[in-house]
Design a binder for this molecule. Sequence first.
Ligand SMILES: [Cu+2]
Length: 95
Amino acid sequence: MEMRRVPENPFYMDIYIGYRGMLKGGEKMKEVTLKIEGMNCRSCVKKIEGVLEEIGVEGQVNFEQATIDVKFDEAKLEISNIQESIQAKGYKTTV
Ligand SMILES: [Cu+2]
């Protein structure tokens, strides 16, 4: 288990567990569906999935509908940050 990584520091462990619990509860996770332009093949999907992974965003790319469902921590990121990262790879998105 991850909590065993820092057994020498119980205070840190408490914070870590609290943080995970917060995310699991979903209180701060925001879900947004973006429309995306310019995806024309499956490798575009892979590229976008790679971007999401890089920035630590959970996402589901739907090729047929040209949408991306993203789930992210609002305390760390804004939707515009995600859009900029995708834009940098050549795809325009709208909320
Ligand atoms: Cu492509």
